[in-house]
Design a protein around this ligand. Structure first.
Ligand code: F6R
Length: 274
């Protein structure tokens, strides 16, 4: 696991965008796993800008979103499908046939989850999975006690998640209690994972996920066992990390990150192109 700590949220978003952009330019038919939420809005804004201004071409890309609320149709403005259309798909030219989310309004949710997994397999698997982290420790909507072997399925949202996302529904009490989510096992099969965490409200849970034991109570901790996972965070989100000097050391000395580093600033002060 690579932990990259950057001075600001803008720097963290910029590096995340750059990695996604390089993936799509290198392999135009990439399969991307996408997340929603507040953290990702700036990522998608920058990707749309790269599409409109720098010709980043999404026409051959296939995407799979992590999750969707049960009971909302994809036309519902509070659905994650609507979020994706608003924030990325419409402006980047990703149509419904290539931008897939689980359908939380499907009559048979078990069949929907099975079909979603099958579609990922048929697309050749996910090349790059973008992830946020919830205050409950979730990735996707894999809430505390989710099995590391879990597949796409219906889940119950944790109270902490209702608090985190309640404002989108006019209060936690109006939020759906159920969602469909890719499983941790599904996420772990992605060739590469990229977790972006910004802001001080993520610092405690990020420290547990990265430095705590791998345990079902903190679903994001499963990523410690992923063979190619990069965590990108800003200083406030990194505030709870005990080994940050070591992560900075690795970042400064790993040739794989050389072209992403600052050339003039002291070690640990983040990245800009050298
Ligand atoms: C949503 C998802 C969630 C979010 C997480 C962080 O598709 O995958 O795991 O990434 O809840 O959300 P924000 O960015 O709103 O703090």
């Amino acid at each position: 696991m690579d932990i990259i700590i950057l001075p600001s949220a803008d720097d963290a978003v910029a590096l995340t965008v750059r990695i996604i952009e390089e993936q799509v330019r290198r392999r135009p038919e990439s399969v991307l796993g996408l997340a929603t939420g507040a953290t990702m809005e700036d990522v998608y804004r920058s990707l749309v800008r790269a599409h409109l201004e720098d010709g980043l071409d999404f026409s051959q890309v296939t995407t799979f979103n992590l999750d969707e609320y049960v009971g909302l149709t994809h036309e519902d403005p509070r659905s994650y499908a609507a979020y994706m259309r608003r924030n990325l798909f419409d402006a980047a030219g990703i149509d419904e046939s290539r931008g897939r989310l689980p359908d939380g309004a499907a009559a048979d949710l078990t069949a929907e989850c099975r079909a979603f997994e099958e579609a990922i397999r048929a697309a050749g698997g996910i090349d790059l999975q973008l992830l946020g982290i919830g205050r409950s420790g979730h990735i996707g909507f894999n809430e505390p006690m989710a099995s590391p072997a879990s597949r796409t399925r219906r889940v119950v949202l944790a109270p902490e998640t209702l608090k985190q996302n309640g404002s989108y529904f006019g209060g936690a009490e109006h939020m759906p209690r159920l969602a469909l989510t890719m499983g941790i096992g599904t996420i772990m099969e992605s060739r590469r994972c990229l977790l972006l965490a910004t802001g001080k409200e993520k610092s405690a849970v990020l420290a547990e996920a990265v430095e705590g034991p791998v345990r079902a109570m903190i679903p994001a901790s499963a990523l410690q066992a992923h063979p190619a996972c990069t965590v990108i965070c800003d200083e406030p989100a990194a505030a709870g990390l005990r080994q940050r000097a070591y992560y900075d050391w690795l970042f400064q000395h790993d040739p794989a990150w050389a072209r992403f580093r600052l050339t003039t600033a002291p070690p640990g002060s983040g990245c800009r192109e050298g």
